[in-house]
Each structure stands twice: as C-alpha cells, then as structure tokens.
Write a protein that binds this ligand. Structure first.
Ligand SMILES: N[C@@H](CCC(=O)N[C@@H](CS)C(=O)NCC(=O)O)C(=O)O
Length: 205
C-alpha cells in the first residue's frame, strides 16, 4: 500500500489531499519537522529522503520526494478523474505547476515564515514585506487568468487547479486578505471546500 510520510501540517498535506481527491488507499506516517529530534532528520528517514524534508512517498517500494512531483505521479498512476486527458491539458497543468512552484511558492513561504511561522525574534520584517510585494505581482497574474477563465484547467476544475490550490492553500491557513483578488479568492474557497480537501484539512486539526 502507498505510504505517505510527513505530518499533516506541512507540505505532506498536499499529498494527503491528492490521495483523497484520487481515492487512493494509503498508510500515513506523520514524520515530524521543526521540533527537537524531528523525524525528518532521523537516519531511517534520510535513507528515504536525503534532503531531510517532508513529504516522501513509498509506493510499493518506489520511493519519491518533492510534493509537486509526487502529486503529478500519483494522479497519473491512479488515473485520477481530475488528470487532464489531452496533451494540451497536461501541458497547461505543467505550466501552472511550474509557475506555482517557481514563482508563487517561494515568496509566499518567505512571507509566511517571517510573519507567522518563525518565533518573533527570528522574523525578518523587511524580508516579509519584500516577499509580499513579489507575491502580490504573482497573485495578480492568477487573478487576471481567472477573470477570463473559470478554472486553471479551463472549463473544469482539474489537476492544473489542484497544483495551484494545494500550494496556495497556505494563504487560507494564515487567513491572508485576498479581497484585492476576488476571482482568485472565490476560486480558492471553492477549491478548499471540495469534499477531498475538507477530509484532508480535518487531518490538520
Ligand atoms: N520542495 C519540497 C519542500 C519540502 C519542505 O521544505 N518541507 C518542509 C515542511 S513543509 C520540511 O520538511 N521542513 C523540515 C525542515 O526544514 O527541517 C517539496 O515540495 O516537497
């Protein structure tokens, strides 16, 4: 059976959501992070993921890490109904997946770390502000797309939407004000209210 490693309050959430979205049975091993003796630094875990980060999966002996790559692999392997059926659909999915990973996630996480996650004495306010400024330019691009298209996948919510939503979910977790991005805000609410997303979110409570 598929094993998913990583505590739910981490990027492992993205894989747990995908597993529920695609109806994949799995065993969850909630490897800890950012605590003394974190599981992700233990020798047995480093054998699976030398980068000492979560998530990692073990799919009947096939071990993989990097959340976006894992989700694209699992959605295709398990024939998730949201996986695009055309070459263009898959191209579009990859476009949004790479844009999200390369352009949206880094400033979002830097802002999150320096406003919320790090203890107050370790926060860098200037870095948080600069990261937010960059993030806003990327959110404008997402908003502009959704002003002309219902979804990132086109006419229906598909894996392109999943690859964006599973990352920008963090904005809802920190209750980030999205009022300047009404289309994006509405799309994100719709995304995280999907039954699979709700089930995965329960694991974080
Ligand atoms: N690009 C990686 C990033 C993984 C990552 O940074 N995970 C964090 C948790 S959200 C982690 O394991 N942190 C542990 C640490 O930094 O010690 C992915 O998407 O899987």
């Amino acid at each position: 059976m598929l094993k998913i490693y990583g505590q739910p309050k981490s990027r492992a959430f993205r894989v747990l959501w995908l597993a529920k979205e695609a109806g994949i049975p799995y065993e969850h091993i909630p490897v800890s992070i950012m605590v003394d003796n974190a599981g992700c630094k233990e020798p047995w875990y480093l054998e699976l993921n030398p980068n000492a980060r979560v998530p990692t999966i073990d799919d009947d002996g096939f071990v993989m890490w990097e959340s976006a790559a894992i989700n694209l692999y699992l959605a295709e392997k398990f024939k998730a109904s949201i996986f695009p059926t055309t070459l263009q659909g898959r191209g579009r999915m990859l476009q949004w997946a790479f844009f999200t990973a390369n352009d949206v996630e880094p400033p979002m996480i830097a802002m999150f770390q320096n406003r919320v996650l790090f203890p107050p004495e370790k926060r860098n306010a200037a870095l948080a502000d600069a990261s937010e400024a960059t993030l806003l330019t990327k959110l404008k691009i997402l908003e502009a797309h959704l002003s002309k298209n219902k979804y990132f996948g086109g006419n229906q919510w598909d894996m392109a939407d999943f690859m964006v939503a599973s990352v920008v979910y963090t904005l809802t977790a920190i209750k980030y004000d999205l009022s300047k991005f009404p289309k994006f805000g509405a799309w994100l609410t719709e995304s995280i209210e999907r039954p699979a997303a709700k089930e995965a979110r329960k694991l974080r409570e």
